[in-house]
Ligand binder design. Structure first.
Ligand code: CDP
Length: 153
């Protein structure tokens, strides 16, 4: 009973501190269709606004990466995708979040910028011409791998 009291006290104290117990993983989708990849232009925060990224977001507790990817694309683009193979290596952000990119195939719907400023389909040549300053820092390392994927598509 003493042990149980300690457990309850510890848990409520942690809750009061607003600790973030969510997984550190973020998933991002490389939706590839007809030899092009879909990039989304961030609306916020200010330092990232206007920069291109692979759309996605944080994995929730108990969620697989594939399920998180499907949910995030449904929320952000209003489209249904199927998650595929990993793209490149995971990227660790300064805040400790770890970003994982996966290929994704469109199953239904037409992607729309529900939470982004804009969406654009990029060919490998478009990506090679893209100024990396216009890409979200964490996503920059994935561009060469995306070019290879598109060249093979
Ligand atoms: O909305 P949610 O918190 O699920 O996700 P988010 O705010 O879109 O992304 C979580 C974190 O991952 C933020 O720090 C984003 O800047 C970062 N992120 C990124 O660097 N590159 C992406 N392709 C997607 C997210």
């Amino acid at each position: 009973f003493v042990m149980m009291g300690w457990l309850i006290a510890t848990r409520s104290a942690r809750g009061a501190e607003e600790t973030d117990d969510r997984p550190k993983d973020v998933v991002a989708a490389a939706v590839v269709d007809a030899g092009r990849v879909l990039l989304a232009q961030r609306a916020h925060p200010v330092e990232l606004a206007g920069k291109w990224e692979l759309p996605g977001g944080r994995v929730e507790s108990g969620e697989t990466h594939a399920a998180a990817l499907v949910r995030e694309i449904r929320e952000e683009l209003g489209a249904e995708v199927e998650a595929g193979d990993a793209v490149g290596k995971p990227v660790t952000l300064p805040n400790g979040l770890v970003l994982h990119a996966y290929r994704a195939r469109l199953r239904a719907g037409t992607p729309a910028a529900l939470e982004h400023l804009d969406l654009q389909w990029f060919t490998a040549d478009d990506l090679r011409r893209l100024d990396l300053d216009d890409v979200v820092p964490a996503d920059r390392d994935w561009i060469p791998e995306l070019c290879i994927i598109l060249d093979d598509a």
